[in-house]
Design a protein around this ligand. Structure first.
Ligand SMILES: Cc1cc2nc3c(=O)[nH]c(=O)nc-3n(C[C@H](O)[C@H](O)[C@H](O)COP(=O)(O)OP(=O)(O)OC[C@H]3O[C@@H](n4cnc5c(N)ncnc54)[C@H](O)[C@@H]3O)c2cc1C
Length: 206
């Protein structure tokens, strides 16, 4: 660290910062993708991945030849972020435009999940997080499939959450301007299921 501040201490807009596990876990649980940042030989890489939270850790998975997963399995320190965009905050001046958001920045290291039973449980957790109920209807992974998948458990050592809510904060001088101001809410919605083109007749979505 370049200074004595803790790595997860929010300095800008401290009032938007949260450090309690409940807030951090809620933000993590309402996301499906994270961005995993590592530094290799001085070069930063930030890679998007699917995840699921398991206790105070994140389960990540992928192909055994994933550079990122191999580095994480070797204990390389990483920084994982999760971001939700909740709204466009439109002010009377462009300067005061903003975004409503919830985000988490988490620091830690991962370990490889090699025990087959633990791996199956992690993969079920991941599938259920991404598509709830899916493990009740889809064929479970075989041992061979689990062995052909890399799974790591990223243990969160320190984390911070940052949340912005509410309307735009305009300058007093701009309050009389006849410019619309307010919030355009933004949500991520799952659409109607679209059957695979080769789906057998009569098989319905459940
Ligand atoms: C969707 C979205 C869009 C944003 N767009 C902008 C933008 O365009 N310009 C801009 O300046 N800022 C933007 N921010 C805020 C940005 O994430 C940073 O919080 C801000 O820029 C301050 O950066 P810093 O390095 O000075 O933070 P510092 O406060 O110095 O960071 C110190 C520590 O605080 C924590 N922290 C910082 N930011 C976050 C965060 N967002 N979530 C959780 N923990 C955090 C981390 O642990 C970090 O190590 C955006 C945030 C989100 C979620």
């Amino acid at each position: 660290m370049p200074n004595s501040r803790k790595r997860n201490t929010i300095s800008r807009h401290k009032d938007r910062g949260h450090y309690d596990e409940k807030t951090i876990h809620e933000i993590l649980d309402s996301g499906k993708i994270c961005h995993v940042g590592i530094t290799l030989e001085g070069q930063p890489f930030v890679i998007p991945m699917a995840y699921a939270r398991q206790e105070n850790a994140l389960i990540l998975h992928g192909a055994p030849n994933s550079r990122l997963l191999n580095q994480l399995a070797n204990g390389l320190p990483a920084c994982v972020t999760v971001t939700h965009l909740d709204g466009l905050v439109l002010a009377r001046s462009t300067f005061h435009h903003s975004l409503n958001f919830r985000s988490v920045v988490a620091f830690g290291k991962a370990r490889s999940v090699d025990d087959l039973q633990e791996k199956h449980a992690a993969l079920v957790l991941l599938t259920e997080h991404l598509a709830p109920g899916r493990t009740k209807v889809a064929r479970a992974a075989t041992d061979a499939e689990a062995k052909a998948t890399s799974v790591v458990r990223f243990e969160i050592e320190d984390a911070s959450a940052k949340i912005r809510t509410g309307p735009p904060i305009d300058s007093p001088n701009d309050m009389k301007l006849e410019v619309w101001a307010g919030i355009i809410p933004v949500t991520t919605l799952e659409g109607e299921p679209m059957p695979a083109p080769d789906l057998a007749a009569g098989v319905v979505y459940s």
